[in-house]
Design a protein around this ligand. Structure first.
Ligand code: ATP
Length: 559
């Protein structure tokens, strides 16, 4: 299949904002894709080469890309760089450079999707000495045979800047419609494997029946089960039917650990592969997890003096590290608190009730210095649970989780089987959708960020306030750098920003207000931290804000 056909799809996707039309385009494309390409095409359509959880990455920045295009076209690097200033987009500038290419090579071959993908794999796998040069050569070869429009999309894929508005939900619907299977089954299979390539293949070749037989697999991350809020311990206990497992809610980063013999892979909550950054945890897992094959889940916590938990940002600092890892092991020691088991030696356990999963977890784990079982209290007594809650807070934890003893594991679902209890007026995680350029000394910096909550029904981000305080000058410089490439529109000093960046915001109160279409406005919002561990769709929802507003009013009434 020719790459030109894919380029044509990207172009059509870019031209329409209509979801139904986009879905149809993607679905038609999947339908005509040959079987052997089905594993990779969904990712290419999403503007990626590999799933996010795949460790491989291209490792090509703008500089190297420009060099490759220059090599392929004879257009000087400087000229391509300058042209980006006019077009505002490297993809467009690559297309222009390819148009200028003096002569077509006699041996030029039309690009196929297979060749493009294979080259990407080679680029990703090039490592060690001379790898930059090899990457450059592979890329230049592609651009040499690329038509201008193909070059534009190749560049965007390489840099991860494809903006065709195809997200996960749309891909799910397109797969369902392409192969005449049920969207719920596509969704289920995807929640279990996080692999659209695999799901598309099963949908096409095995239909609804095949999809319903998809099971959790070691080596493919499952979407985590999430929790709703409870106002207090008592309410949680009632909701759980009078008896529940209460567990400490550790304030760290959630991880999913896949063990297969002596191979361990650890995924973050966003299902990124973080294995390499935490080798001491890998060693501890090998020592502690007894079965040959297993998938367990837990919260990774940074511990300080006297074993006291440190804020979750410390763990994220560990995840981001590529160098000096040994030094970080010393500086930020980690402890993994396991709270679930999803797979043991060939048996998927997500349909097993929680109480039995916990029993199994206790069986298969031998605790060591770094790996522990989440502290748990199974009780029918609200007083006992309240005591546990107070103790958890005193120890510096976030609060408690309450879990239904008979509940199955629901991947990706935020239901009522798990409830979290923590002090109310918690901070919110919101998405930046706009900003203002500063004045005077700060004229070159973005400030006063318009933040929004997610509305899962419409898929839109609805504004709830403007955050201008809590930032240091360094924060503002960092945010400006990060957000500039995401600017979609400018009007005077106001800019509209593509919803990508999530920040944690504290505030004094939630007010009902007509000022924003959400109907809510935050009073005195203040920046706390960048939430790199969350995608925009994982930001707090507008329903959550409505719920917090209710809590707040109830609390006020009690005082
Ligand atoms: P928050 O922003 O409050 O951390 P969240 O949106 O990240 O919440 P929730 O579903 O609201 O996720 O809360 C559950 C999270 O709490 C889990 O994703 C996990 O990271 C963390 N956690 C800590 N301790 C436990 C535990 N014992 N059992 C389950 N989850 C736990």
């Amino acid at each position: 299949m020719k790459y030109a056909e894919l380029a044509d799809l990207y172009r059509r996707l870019e031209k329409t904002t209509l979801k139904t039309l986009k879905t149809k385009f993607v679905s038609d494309f999947l339908k005509k894709a040959p079987d052997e390409l089905l594993d990779i095409i969904p990712y290419l359509i999403l503007g990626k080469v590999f799933p996010d959880w795949d460790e491989r990455e291209l490792g090509v920045g703008e500089k190297l890309l420009i060099k490759a295009v220059s090599m392929a076209t004879g257009v000087p690097e400087r000229e391509i760089e300058n042209s980006v200033r006019d077009t505002g987009d490297l993809g467009e500038s690559v297309a222009l450079a390819l148009e200028k290419k003096k002569q077509k090579s006699f041996f030029s071959q039309p690009l196929t999707i297979k060749r493009v993908y294979n080259t990407f794999v080679k680029i990703a796998e090039a490592s060690g000495q001379g790898s930059q040069d090899r990457k450059l050569k592979y890329l230049a070869n592609l651009f040499m045979d690329a038509q201008p429009e193909e070059g534009k999309y190749l560049a965007r894929t390489v840099l991860g800047t494809m903006r065709t508005g195809v997200a996960e939900g749309l891909m799910r619907d397109a797969i369902a419609s392409a192969f005449g299977v049920k969207a719920e089954l596509v969704e289920r299979a995807y929640m279990l494997t996080s692999d659209f390539g695999y799901v598309a293949r099963v949908a096409k070749l095995k239909g609804n029946e095949g999809l319903s037989k998809v099971r959790i697999q070691v080596g493919k991350p499952i979407r985590p089960m999430l929790a709703q809020n409870a106002a207090n311990v008592k309410e949680a206990l009632v909701e759980m039917g009078g008896k529940a497992a209460f567990e400490i809610k550790y304030d760290g980063a959630r991880v999913q650990v896949h063990k297969d013999g002596d191979r361990v892979v650890i995924y973050s909550r966003r299902l990124e592969n973080v294995t390499k950054s935490i080798p001491e945890v890998v060693d501890a897992v090998l020592e502690s997890v007894k079965p040959e094959k297993a998938i367990v889940e837990g919260e990774l916590v940074a511990v300080g003096e006297g074993g006291k938990p440190r804020p979750f940002q410390y763990v994220l600092r560990r995840f981001r590290r590529k160098y000096n890892i040994e030094e970080m092991i010393e500086k930020i020691p980690l402890e993994l608190n396991l709270f679930d088991v999803l797979y043991v030696d060939g048996d998927g356990m997500i349909d097993t009730p929680f109480s039995e999963r916990r029993k199994k977890l206790e069986e298969i784990i031998s605790q060591n210095e770094r790996i522990r079982l989440a502290e748990q209290l199974v009780t029918t007594s609200a007083d006992e649970a309240e005591e546990f809650y107070q103790r958890a807070l005193e120890l510096g934890h976030e609060g408690l989780m309450a879990k239904r003893l008979d509940s199955v594991y629901e991947p990706g679902n935020r239901g009522k089987k798990w409830l979290k209890i923590k002090p109310t007026m918690e901070d919110l995680d919101l998405v930046i959708i706009g900003a203002e350029w500063g004045e005077g000394r700060r004229a070159h910096l973005l400030g006063s960020f318009l933040v929004a909550a997610f509305d899962p029904h419409s898929g839109q981000f609805v504004p709830v306030g403007k955050v201008g305080s809590g930032f240091t000058d360094e924060d503002l410089a960092e945010f400006t750098k990060m957000l500039k490439p995401l600017i979609v529109r400018e009007e005077g000093k106001y800019v509209e920003i593509e919803p990508k960046v999530v920040i944690q915001v504290t505030y004094q109160e939630i007010q009902k207000s007509p000022k924003y279409e959400s109907g809510f406005a935050l009073r005195f919002p203040r920046y706390v931290a960048l939430r790199e561990d969350k995608s925009p769709e994982e930001a707090d929802t507008i329903e959550r804000i409505a719920q917090l507003y209710e809590f707040q009013e109830r609390f006020k009434a009690k005082r």
